[in-house]
Design a protein around this ligand. Structure first.
Ligand SMILES: Cc1cc2nc3c(=O)[nH]c(=O)nc-3n(C[C@H](O)[C@H](O)[C@H](O)COP(=O)(O)O)c2cc1C
Length: 141
């Protein structure tokens, strides 16, 4: 039987709820990607060009330290990967997550939540962080 993981990042709880539901539906294990330094409300202020999220998202090479690690990722065949859309794409913590592991041959099934925009170019920006994984098209939840 294929073993599945739902891994997600959620700054304000919306993606978290979607991830929990999906994990139940899929019979998957659940993993929350936790930033080493949690985002404050000020960090998430997209109206401020100098907020942490704005600065990170303006620099494609920026990465975010993660506090926790998936145990024995080798056991999973499919990884559902959830995140909020930030400025049209995945937050860079998702690139940081993908780059921590050898995901060769695994299937990544991304899903996202947003305030209204679509999935956009998210996969194009994620694929280089897991070059040997197979990405399914992203789904908005
Ligand atoms: C920094 C930042 C940038 C965002 N950019 C977008 C965007 O480009 N398009 C959009 O529809 N929503 C955008 N949003 C809204 C979130 O995608 C939306 O509220 C999401 O459901 C939050 O999920 P979460 O509670 O799991 O963090 C942004 C939110 C933040 C904090």
């Amino acid at each position: 039987m294929t073993k599945k993981l739902v891994a997600y990042f959620s700054a304000s709880g919306v993606t978290k709820r979607a991830a929990k539901k999906l994990a139940q539906q899929e019979g998957a294990n659940l993993f929350e990607i936790k930033p080493l330094h949690p985002y404050t409300a000020a960090d998430l202020d997209w109206t401020n060009k100098r907020s942490r999220s704005s600065v990170e998202m303006n620099d494609k090479s920026s990465r975010v330290e993660i506090a926790n690690k998936v145990e024995n990722i080798a056991q999973y065949d499919e990884i559902f990967l959830g995140f909020p859309i930030w400025w049209g794409v995945a937050p860079h913590i998702i690139n940081s997550f993908l780059e921590q592991y050898d995901l060769s041959g695994k299937t990544i099934s991304p899903f996202a939540t947003s305030g209204g925009s679509g999935y956009g170019r998210s996969n194009q920006e994620l694929q280089p962080s897991a070059p040997n994984a197979k990405f399914n098209p992203g789904k908005m939840m």
